[in-house]
Design a protein around this ligand. Structure first.
Ligand code: AHG
Ligand code: MN
Ligand code: MN
Length: 339
């Protein structure tokens, strides 16, 4: 039995120059994840029973879980001192702390504190996504937006937490993808799979098909292709769409599949955000042997222009992503210039 902390330290020892700061940062994220996990597990009860602390004991209004999650992660990163700036889906502006401790931090973190918000109230899996870069601004000052204007290929680490039938933390520092399952009886994340590999092919496609009429021709053709009989199985592929990127990606990572959130004529950049959805998930996909693309370009080659920039996303098993890219190139060249 190996815990997340033991595993991170063991890995760190393989890098002679490592100072332990990244390990501490990952550990801080793990701590915040446990607190958020507790809140999520109590959410249903809190609503029904008005559990202490969740309603008005301190005269506070009950906050929405995505606001709670945001606060917990920000607090953990502020107290940890390794992070000098945060970009969060919940905050329009960059978050800096301007404290002596945080200004010395060498990393910046982009996060989606609660992914899949539409599933919070219906007891369906949700997640947290994080991406970590080394700062480019001078140490000793607050972090800047420019620290985030780096392509995903420069990323130091990325991961997600999935709050599902069990809670798992999945992360990579560029040397494979590793998964840890939370054991609430001892309060620890325990290593459950080292060096995960996504199957090259798969038969699951995950897309919000209700948007079909707005999709680029390339995506429509790809969906039609998925709905044909395939020689391996003599049946069409299968649709699985949860509506939480983390949960959809996690399943496809294990079973093999593709997740698509394309651009449309109205929203050419799609819906998902580059910094804290597309790039970290792309990093994990590649680290597990899969692919991630905006239909034409590798996601990790895109240099974000702004911190909340959106991008289309096609991510998962490499053969499936390549096939979707082929249809995009063939039928939807007009979407290529949407950078
Ligand atoms: P968030 O809850 O952080 O806003 O993200 C939701 C994202 C993603 O997780 C999910 O796959 C997608 O939006 C669902 O969008 P649709 O409801 O448009 O399918
Ligand atoms: Mn999200
Ligand atoms: Mn979110």
């Amino acid at each position: 039995m190996k815990t997340l902390i033991e595993f991170i330290h063991e890995r760190q020892e393989a890098f002679p120059g490592a100072t332990g700061e990244l390990s501490r940062l990952l550990n801080d994220i793990g701590i915040a994840a446990k607190i958020v996990n507790r809140d999520i597990n109590r959410a249903g009860l809190a609503n029904i029973l008005g559990l202490e602390g969740s309603t008005n004991v301190q005269g506070e209004e009950q906050k929405k879980l995505d606001v709670f999650a945001n606060e917990h992660f920000i607090k953990a990163l502020r107290n940890g001192g390794q992070c000098c700036a945060i970009v969060s889906e919940e905050n329009e502006e960059l978050i800096t702390f301007d404290s002596e401790l945080s200004n010395k931090g060498r990393y910046v973190v982009a996060m989606d504190p609660l992914d899949g918000s539409s599933n919070i109230d219906v007891n369906v899996s949700i997640g947290t996504i994080f991406a970590i870069w080394r700062r480019t601004s001078p140490v000793g000052k607050p972090g800047t937006k420019e620290d985030f204007i780096q392509p995903g290929s420069k990323m130091v680490a990325a991961g997600y937490v999935i709050y599902g039938s069990s809670t798992m933390l999945v992360y990579s520092t560029g040397a494979g993808v590793h998964a840890f399952t939370y054991d609430p009886t001892v309060g620890l994340f325990i290593l459950s799979e080292e060096s995960m590999r996504i199957p090259d092919g798969g038969n699951i496609y995950s897309v919000n098909e209700a948007n079909y009429i707005y999709f680029p021709e390339g995506v429509k053709e790809y969906i039609r292709y998925c709905q044909e009989d395939h020689p391996e199985t003599s049946r069409p592929y299968t649709t699985r769409y949860i509506g939480s990127l983390v949960a959809d990606f996690h399943r496809n990572l294990i079973r093999g599949g593709i997740y698509l959130y394309p651009g449309t004529k109205k929203n050419r950049q799609g819906k998902l955000r580059l910094l804290y959805e597309c790039i970290p998930i792309a990093f994990l996909a590649e680290q597990a042997g899969g692919k991630a693309s905006d239909g034409f370009r590798r996601i990790l080659d895109i240099r974000p222009g702004t911190i909340h920039q959106r991008s289309p996303l096609f991510v998962g098993s490499s053969h499936m992503v390549e096939k979707a890219e082929y249809f995009m190139r063939y039928y939807s060249r007009d979407f290529e210039t949407n950078a």
